[in-house]
Design a binder for this molecule. Structure first.
Ligand code: TXA
Ligand code: MG
Length: 328
């Protein structure tokens, strides 16, 4: 990233859509640029530039064995990177552009460098639905490797301000695109050769199964096949207590459904009408707001969320946010 004359990193630029050509130029030059997608903000670098990918891993503090998703402009661009099996093509046709990542064998000669793929024989590809993301991909003309634009292990960003709060000193710029409408990351499907749910996300398992005409497999042995699916993830400073019916004294409260939300700065509702789409869109922003209201300590009690549809992705993220921390 760019440096001040004294060698200290410069604060990231905040670009609007009108500055898109500047953001594209920074990416083409090997820079780190955060951009909006419909799920969460991504931190993009060109997927074919190992030096840029190495800077990206360093900026996020991300373990290098954790591969990145390649974002592309359309199905044809995805096929240039990955050998998509027939069922992957059906899912791509039904859900792209959209919050679905398909993991398939890397195509020899495809423009995803080994470091972006973490040395795996497969690659995750996705066509995002956000118009700014698509315009950026069109402008750069190369696939963009893009994890969520947060320091590794922390809460994913759903606004440009969230990105700035976590990474401003470590990246070149953020392209503003408003709040993310889906709010949880893409669903990840692998092929074994049957479709396997590697991460629940913005496209529900039910919707995928309706297109496939059969049930999705779950990874044998463990649900954790995507290396990023480490136990502790999405972690705020405060602890979470899940499946709560009410806050205990001194706890914050993250509610769901028609139950009254206690008054106070440390309380929020994911969706008062019990709507899972609204809850997903609010999840990370509310976690951040509550964490900040709690001063990054104490406990946030979280109401039960139904484990169906988008609720599966919400509960997956909540469980990881509540998991014991790896760091002391
Ligand atoms: O919605 C999203 O998917 C967002 C936006 C920015 O597109 N991106 C995102 O990236 O969530 P990230 O890096 O935070 O999560 C990507 C997940 C990781 O768990 C990673 O291990 C998994 O995808 N993944 C990527 N390539 C894979 C592969 N070849 N095999 C298995 N898992 C893979
Ligand atoms: Mg992430």
């Amino acid at each position: 990233m760019t440096q001040r004359p004294d060698g200290r990193p410069q604060r990231a630029a905040l670009w609007t859509e009108a500055d898109l050509p500047v953001a594209a130029e920074a990416l083409l030059a090997g820079g780190l640029v955060a951009f909006p997608t419909e799920t969460v903000y991504g931190l993009g670098v060109r997927a074919d530039d190992p030096a840029a990918v190495a800077r990206l891993y360093a900026a996020k503090g991300r373990p290098r064995f954790n591969p990145l998703i390649a974002h592309v402009v359309d199905l044809g661009a995805a096929e240039a990177l990955a050998e998509l099996p027939a069922e992957a093509m059906r899912l791509a046709t039904a859900f792209w552009p959209g919050p679905l990542t398909l993991v398939a064998p890397r195509r020899p000669g495809g423009r995803v460098c080994d470091l972006a793929a973490a040395g795996l024989a497969t690659v995750g590809v996705r066509v995002p639905a956000h118009p700014v993301a698509l315009a950026l991909l069109r402008a750069v003309g190369v696939p963009l490797a893009a994890p969520s634009a947060n320091p590794s292990g922390r809460v994913s960003p759903t606004t440009a301000a969230h990105v700035m709060a976590g990474l401003a000193e470590r990246i070149d710029g953020v392209l503003e695109g408003g709040p993310c409408t889906v709010g949880v990351e893409s669903t990840i499907i692998g092929f074994d050769p049957a479709p396997v749910l590697l991460r629940p996300g913005g496209v529900t398992a039910e919707a995928l199964e309706a297109v496939l005409g059969h049930a999705l497999a779950v990874p044998p042995g463990s649900r954790i096949t995507a290396p990023g699916q480490l136990a502790s993830h999405y972690a705020p400073g405060a602890r979470l207590r899940l499946g709560a019916t009410a806050p205990r004294k001194g706890e914050g409260w993250l509610g769901f459904g028609p139950d009254a939300v206690p008054a106070g700065t440390c309380t929020r509702s994911l969706s008062a009408r019990g709507d899972l789409e609204e809850a997903a869109a609010n999840l990370f922003g509310h976690l951040r707001a509550l964490d900040s209201a709690m001063g990054g300590t104490g406990t946030i009690a979280v109401a039960a969320v139904p484990d169906e549809g988008l609720g599966r992705a919400i509960n997956d993220r909540l469980r990881r946010a509540a998991a014991p921390r790896e760091e002391p």
